[in-house]
Design a protein around this ligand. Structure first.
Ligand code: SF4
Ligand code: ZN
Length: 354
């Protein structure tokens, strides 16, 4: 049987079956269509402007490593005129993040991009190891998600960047759509499909891999021999998300377009401008100065809970002193002021579901 030739270039031997389309294509054509689809997404969504300073949220995992590589490639190929940085958050997870950060440090050299690492320990006085020791393995991802969001914003302010891009791929987004359906959260359902989000005064965040399949990211990393870290977080217990993931993979096996179809369904629920306007009631957190819709931001609300559980150790007090000693610089003050001394004992307001 003669070897199949590539369905795209019709000259080279086909090396792989493209997960998104089922086409048999060669390696070079795969790289080209993969990169071009990301480029088209970036251009169609007008994600960047010339001269933008863009931080790539880098975990050392496949998604963000491929994102860093592709952003660098496209920035050079199409002359976007972007300044690219790597921004990593160290959650303090022994045996996981310490190893993956080593990968990011190598990526820094391989891709010749400045790297900033910011840890939960230095920002909040808590590592995820310590949080799990305190709260157990149940809500740890809630803490981690809230802390990461704020940590990325603070890191971005320190780097003085305009924009953060993350490696969220089409599978992640489709999975989140399914989760929001299962929770009945229509407002989030539309929002989670947005390629770019920006609140008042906040740094733009976007997902250039919104339409990129996870399987293709893995394939790209493999054929490009990219240096990435593939272990899962040791505290990853989100069973409910696991069901959504399995369900999505089953659907994809039956019909590969299912992933994109689910994203499109989510998009149909995008909240109207009017609804968005009412969400702008922003203030700043009494404790740390981060933007918040309540007296305390979500991170500080969680921190106060942790401190109550560990009142004697004074661990966050230590962190606050350290941050104060470093002092606010014009850069990190640009959008997000750093810790202020807590004023009195503010009560925790109840989150109003949006
Ligand atoms: Fe954090 Fe949970 Fe992700 Fe681990 S799985 S890094 S604890 S959010
Ligand atoms: Zn706060």
């Amino acid at each position: 049987m003669a070897p199949k030739t590539c369905a795209l270039c019709k000259t080279t031997r086909a090396m792989l079956k493209r997960p998104k389309t089922g086409q048999q294509i060669c390696k070079e054509c795969f790289f080209y269509v993969f990169e071009t689809e990301v480029h088209n997404t970036i251009i169609e969504s007008k994600l960047f402007q010339r001269g933008d300073r863009v931080a790539i949220g880098a975990s050392g995992g496949k998604d963000s490593t491929v994102l860093a590589y592709v952003m660098k490639t496209l920035n050079e190929r199409y002359d976007y005129g972007l300044d690219l940085f790597l921004l990593s958050i160290d959650e303090g997870i022994t045996g996981y993040r310490d190893d993956s950060l080593e990968t990011v440090k190598r990526n820094q050299e391989q891709y010749d991009m400045p790297l900033k690492i910011l840890s939960y320990d230095e920002l909040y006085g808590w590592t995820m190891d310590a949080i799990v020791a305190e709260v157990g393995r149940k809500n740890n991802c809630t803490f981690c998600g809230v802390f990461r969001r704020q940590a990325l914003d603070r890191g971005a302010a320190m780097l003085n960047v305009d924009h953060i891009v993350t490696g969220h791929n089409a599978d992640d987004i489709a999975e989140t759509v399914l989760m929001n359906i299962m929770r009945g959260d229509i407002a989030r359902l539309g929002r989670c499909t947005l390629i770019c989000t920006q609140g008042e005064d906040t740094i733009r965040r976007s997902k250039p891999f919104k339409y990129t399949y996870e399987k293709e990211i893995v394939m790209y990393a493999y054929f490009k021999k990219l240096d990435y870290f593939s272990t899962e977080c040791i505290y990853s217990p989100d069973a409910y998300r696991g069901h959504a993931r399995t369900f999505l993979k089953d659907l994809e096996a039956a019909r590969p377009s299912a992933i994109i179809d689910i994203i499109h369904s989510g998009e149909a629920f995008e909240v109207s401008e009017e609804v968005k306007a009412t969400q702008k009631l922003q203030q700043t957190c009494k404790r740390c100065g981060y933007m918040s819709s309540n007296e305390l931001c979500k991170a500080c609300t969680l921190l106060e809970g942790l401190e109550r559980g560990m009142a004697s150790s004074g661990i966050t007090e230590r962190a606050r002193k350290r941050l104060e000693a470093e002092g606010p610089t014009p850069d990190n003050l640009r959008t997000i002021p750093f810790f202020k001394p807590p004023s009195g004992n503010p009560t925790v307001a109840i989150e109003v579901p949006s």
